[in-house]
Design a protein around this ligand. Structure first.
Ligand code: C5P
Length: 300
């Protein structure tokens, strides 16, 4: 891919948007609605690793090419069904224009892995089209179209730490998060979200938002330890390897918290320093060569 040279426009004039990995720092399931969707309370943050979408105007479209290390995982699917293509069509329809664009999606994140890959890609597409078509970044059309594409798309559109409520349709600002480092680990087992919600059993949790900005990464981790990801148990029944991933992350020096993101199977560890996160990532990659392991910083 052409490197980005200037404020998200590459040398060939393509509009480039990052699609950062989403992490659910905690995720409480509050209840189940009559339509089967679950009411959630989650603190969502983003990491500085992700997919990348490049978009250019074209004579017709939308056209989508997928490149990158996880492109193969999507090659079996119909490109017209990809969330990026659907996002382009839906926004074009909403705005009464043609989705005449060519897009290249660099797929760096594992697919169906709880870090919002598809949702982040769809959000990146909506942001890129908004730039191309001069739609303000906070325009309700983007959020309305995004919400229909998937529960996680609106929070990915906003792209900054947020409290996620309802089924993802209610976003509230999160307190400022301290500089925090992370390691993301995926064991290579795709986990379909509907299967995890289906496997969930037992009581629901109360909402657990906090208002005070944590002073540092350790204070953030302490607050998160009083909360949990309620999808951990059901995700482990779908993909038992998740238990081993959490244990391996938790055993790395300096790990403040090890947790599942979303419905999995990606888990993350939090660390106070970049050095600790990098050392942990090196250790995990060496011990588990089949796993996808990335050090990252949380975006503030
Ligand atoms: O909207 P999205 O495609 O992310 O959701 C996938 C599936 O996950 C839904 O069809 C539903 O089964 C489940 N889900 C849920 N409650 C949510 C989000 C997702 O039950 N808040």
């Amino acid at each position: 891919m052409t490197p980005v040279t200037d404020a998200g426009v590459d040398a060939a004039g393509g509009i480039v948007e990052a699609a950062p990995a989403k992490l659910n720092l905690y995720l409480h399931v509050l209840g189940r609605r009559a339509d089967g969707y679950h009411e959630l309370d989650s603190l969502v943050a983003f990491a500085d690793v992700g997919d990348r979408l490049r978009l250019l105007p074209a004579g017709d479209g939308p056209h989508l090419t997928i490149t990158g290390p996880f492109a193969d995982a999507l090659h079996g699917e119909d490109p017209a069904g990809n969330l990026v293509t659907r996002a382009a069509r839906a926004l074009a329809e909403r705005r009464g224009r043609a989705a005449a664009v060519r897009m290249v999606l660099e797929k760096n994140l594992p697919v169906a892995s709880g870090i919002g890959g598809g949702s982040a890609d769809a959000a990146a597409c909506l942001r890129a089209l908004a730039r191309l078509w001069e739609i303000p970044a906070d325009h309700p059309d983007l959020y309305e179209v995004g919400g229909r594409l998937g529960a996680d798309v609106p929070v990915c559109l906003a792209g900054r730490p947020a409290y996620f409520g309802g089924i993802g349709d209610r976003l509230d600002p999160a307190p400022a998060l301290p500089r925090t480092h992370a390691v993301l680990v995926n064991p290579g087992v795709p986990v379909p979200t509907p299967a995890v919600f289906k496997a969930r059993q037992g009581a629901f949790s109360p909402p657990a938002r906090f208002a005070e900005p944590p002073a540092d990464a350790a204070a953030l981790a302490a607050l998160l330890k009083d909360r949990r990801n309620d999808l951990t148990e059901p995700a482990r029944t779908v993909a038992p390897v998740i238990a081993a991933v959490l244990e391996a992350i938790g055993a790395t020096p300096g790990c403040l918290l090890a947790r599942l993101s979303g419905s999995g199977a990606t888990c993350f560890g939090l660390y106070a320093t970049a050095a600790a996160a990098q050392a942990a990532a090196g250790r995990l990659a060496a011990a588990y060569p089949g796993w996808w392991v990335r050090p990252a910083a949380l975006l503030s």
